[in-house]
Ligand binder design. Structure first.
Ligand code: MSP
Length: 523
């Protein structure tokens, strides 16, 4: 059984921003962690390219919708590559293969008797691509999310009979763990308790969409088509498009990671569509919080959007990943604060972890023939740092399983803090000057270097690049979770035992593994 996880398929109406980068980085950490544990992972991301919003954006840019989509989806693909995102699949909903799959899926839903004609009347938000039940200001209604005018729609189109799935959806969302974090469940429960209404799945007069077979002039509602991207992403490009095959390619998904804004689509509409088509349901939908910047909502009009390109160039992936994953409880809203960002990166990564490794390996090289010193008593699992490391492992693992990146990061950081404390207490730079202390010094340095090895290993899913530099500095193989590492226990878990660093192993000349961030100007 593989572990399939997905990011949302991002709209190509605009360039990638920090919000989509946040979700994708978090998924990347999960995917790497699972692969390191030996699991087979299918990590899906991609772009959602149909709908009115995109059609209008393309028109405004003087491009055909296809040319516009090609351009923006290339930007996404390229950005993820530069952020070293380890996705296995990148789906574009304008793929012809996706269209075929949508048609197959639709045929099943029709066969279940779940497609009926109906009249759709209501206020529509083009930015959300969603009808709004209770718009603000009845005279001049605007979207409560986007604060933009809503558009009136009145047309006869096709509806999906969501109302038939009331009981099954109630049972599903009551299932512990289906909606995570648990705090988000209430909101969905209230929505469902209000009674599920059928929703329209086609549009008339909207050319930029997938045509509905047998219904001239209709295209599929963008959300109906987009959610199905999670399925078409699983099929190999070379194989015939056959909906049945998804079951052998990683469906059902273990985890959909999304922002809280699109929870309803994933926890209510999507499962009902799958039930109708006779397909199994995803195990978990995790709705994370929203990022603001220095207390303000990010938006083009405020001119305060954080550009992932700029962040990457000026700060590097490790710094950003650390800040977002370590400082913001995944699930809660979070505020990006530049000062705090650079303080955390400099304190945690450059000082606590980077300097620790640097000064310890310099001392080891200087006094012990440029190699790992003899372990002596520090090779024992009773050693105080061994006790700490062995306790940190399970804490870290259960945090990663629960997508609690903050606790996972804290467990690693705490280990490095303990090692710093131990090193200062042992003060090998003083002891080395006293006669007969060499063995003690060797053991102290060994214990700290071995702790650094643990830190490097545990950082692999969170900060793969820094992890790689730490492990290389210790002459260790680098494991970054890009490929599955099968085995029981997996090579990564196997490496997580105390005493893995071999005394006498040559230590490469140290160079700083993490540079300090000096951010004078705003990002
Ligand atoms: N295309 C739909 C998803 C279809 S999934 C089958 C969509 N796309 S989107 O481009 O608008 O991306 C939405 C996702 O981006 C959110 O769910 C969230 O993951 C992320 N974020 C967008 N802005 C964000 C913040 N300010 N903060 C955190 N994440 C946010 O909705």
């Amino acid at each position: 059984m593989s572990f399939t996880l997905t990011t949302p398929l991002y709209y190509v109406n605009d360039r990638p921003h920090l919000g989509s980068t946040y979700t994708t980085l978090a998924c990347d950490a999960v995917a790497r962690y699972r692969r390191l544990c030996g699991e087979e992972v299918v990590f899906v991301t991609g772009c959602d390219e149909h709908g009115l919003k995109i059609q209008r954006t393309a028109e405004a840019a003087g491009l055909t919708p296809q040319a516009h989509c090609d351009r923006v989806s290339d930007q996404y693909r390229d950005l993820w590559q530069r952020w070293q995102i380890s996705h296995d699949r990148f789906i574009r909903t304008t793929d012809l293969r996706h269209r075929q799959l949508v048609h197959q899926f639709f045929a099943r839903v029709v066969a279940s008797g779940d497609v009926v004609e109906g009249r759709q009347q209501g206020w529509y938000c083009v930015a959300c691509e969603e009808f709004k039940d209770d718009p603000h200001e009845a005279d001049d209604p605007e979207c409560p999310v986007h604060r933009r005018p809503l558009e009136w729609r009145d047309e006869v189109n096709l509806f999906f009979r969501l109302s038939r799935y009331q009981r099954q959806i109630e049972e599903l969302i009551a299932r512990p763990g289906f909606i995570a974090p648990a705090s988000r469940r209430r909101e969905v429960q209230n929505f469902v308790a209000g009674g599920l209404k059928d929703f329209s799945i086609s549009r008339i007069g909207l050319p930029w969409g997938i045509p509905v077979p047998g219904h001239e002039g209709h295209t599929f509602y963008v959300w109906f088509d987009a959610l199905l991207g999670y399925l078409s992403a699983l099929l190999e490009p070379s194989e015939t498009v056959d909906l049945n095959l998804v079951l052998q390619r990683g469906w059902p998904a273990s985890l959909h990671v999304i922002g809280k804004d699109i929870l309803r689509f994933h926890a209510v509409f999507w499962p009902a569509m799958l039930l109708s088509a006779g397909l199994p349901l995803p195990e978990q939908v995790f709705g994370h919080g929203f990022l603001t910047r220095e207390g303000q909502k990010m938006g083009k009009s405020l001119g305060n959007v954080l550009d992932p390109e700029v962040l990457l160039k000026r700060c590097g992936a490790d710094a950003v990943r650390w800040y977002l994953l370590r400082d913001i409880p995944f699930g809660d809203d979070g505020d990006f604060q530049q000062q705090r960002f650079s303080d955390l990166v400099n304190n945690d990564l450059a000082n606590t972890i980077g300097n620790l490794l640097n000064r310890t390996s310099s001392m080891a090289r200087k006094w012990f023939a440029e190699a790992v010193p003899p372990a002596g008593a520090a090779g024992e699992p009773r050693h105080p740092l061994a006790v700490r490391a062995l306790a940190a492992g399970p804490v870290y693992e259960s945090a990663m399983q629960a997508l609690d990146f903050r606790s996972a990061a804290e467990a690693v950081l705490q280990l490095a803090i303990e090692a710093n404390g131990f090193l200062n207490e042992q003060a090998p730079w003083k002891r080395m000057k006293e006669p007969g202390q060499e063995e003690q010094v060797a053991a102290a340095l060994y214990a700290v270097l071995e702790t650094c090895r643990w830190v490097g290993l545990l950082l692999a899913p969170l900060l793969p690049a820094l992890s790689g530099r730490i492990l290389s500095q210790l002459g260790q193989p680098v494991l970054t979770g890009v490929q599955a590492s099968p085995g029981d226990p997996s090579p990564w878990r196997q490496a997580l035992h105390w005493g893995g660093l071999a005394p006498g192993l040559p230590l490469p000349e140290p160079s700083p593994v993490m540079l300090r961030l000096e951010l004078d100007a705003p990002l």
